[in-house]
Ligand binder design. Sequence first.
Ligand code: RB5
Length: 147
Amino acid sequence: MKIAIGNDHAAVELKKQIMAYVQELGHEVENYGTDTSESCHYPAYGEKVARAVAAGEADCGILICGTGVGISIAANKVRGIRAAVCSDTATARLVKQHNNANIIAFGERIVGVELAKDIVKAYLEAEFMGGRHADRVAMIAEIEARG
Ligand code: RB5
């Protein structure tokens, strides 16, 4: 898979470790995040990854900030994006199976590196279940279309 990754200054170290891990798993990863600890604005990075995923330039995205929250809120403003904050592996699996999340987010200040790797693996290995879940995801798209 081709994966877009993005982060702000609060998540540079975890981003580097996750990039290496995703490559170890055999995926291609494109870095849209910052690589310095200089203070920056997380919405810009959430938007970059979201636009790459929405345009089909990446199959899915990973966003990391201090908590995972701000950057995911920003990403969710892009049409077609379903970004989900995950701080545990069960949620990471379920956001793909039930919500067909196309971006996962987490926080360097919240999860350790080993848990973050497990979260990424659980998400990447899960599959959307479709059926009644597809109807609900379609309802989310309808809300988005109504503006
Ligand atoms: C940056 O200090 C921090 O606010 C940001 O990384 C993120 O946690 C926002 O949701």
